[in-house]
Design a protein around this ligand. Sequence first.
Ligand code: HPA
Length: 261
Amino acid sequence: MKIGLIGGSGLYKIDGFNLIESASLSTPFGFPSSSYQIGIIHGIEVVFLARHGKSHNLPPHKVNYRANIWGFKSLGIERIISVNAVGGINRLLSPGDILIADQIIDFTFGSRESTFYEHDKVVHVDFTYPYCTEMRHYLYESTKKAGINAINKGTYVCVNGPRLETAKEIKFFDSIGGDIVGMTAMPEAILSRELEICFASLCVVTNYAAGISSSKLTTSEVVAVMKTSIDRIKFIINEAIKLFSDTKTCICKDTLKDAEL
Ligand code: HPA
């Protein structure tokens, strides 16, 4: 079993893991955001990728999501834990909270390359539950072990960015059941599903979404809150890796069964 880790804003490397090598890949879809850092945690191979590049040079709408996920697959990754910085829409959320999302509403409106099936095959994959239920369960168990008060579900509204939202957009997202807003869950989640990779996300609330508080939103606030959350994120990841087993009980591995026309 090999685990993939995607680091978002403020998380560009994982220290504390035994780095074995770095892999620079080229894929049929172009180049991933950066080289993959391959290391060991608790005897398990873990492959880390900085979504926005190691020096954060790629904005969310310019990330080559297909190359990133394809690269993980070609390295033999079967599960991906993604770390996302998000704004809190739900009034019960505050900066620093960690949420294990269970649903997505996609407002990128197809402006990103969001499928591997464009030419030879017509494939419609089931995406009723966009995140792997098994991984979500283990991530949540890990937060409890760490004494971290995480929230085990919530709806991630994904926007294209790079601008932040207007207050009315957030009000609208709130009215349709959005709990958090971010720019990267899609198409990462669907591309992983298309390749039958289990995928779950640790969302760190880095700010109140637009109009929820009266203060101006700043990128430095996002990075600062992510930095103060990194130790907790690493602890959760460390614990979760110990819990994942070789046998999977989720549906992700059978995604392509009966999905092709
Ligand atoms: N909106 C969109 N993306 C984000 C936010 C936000 O408020 N915070 C962190 N990523």
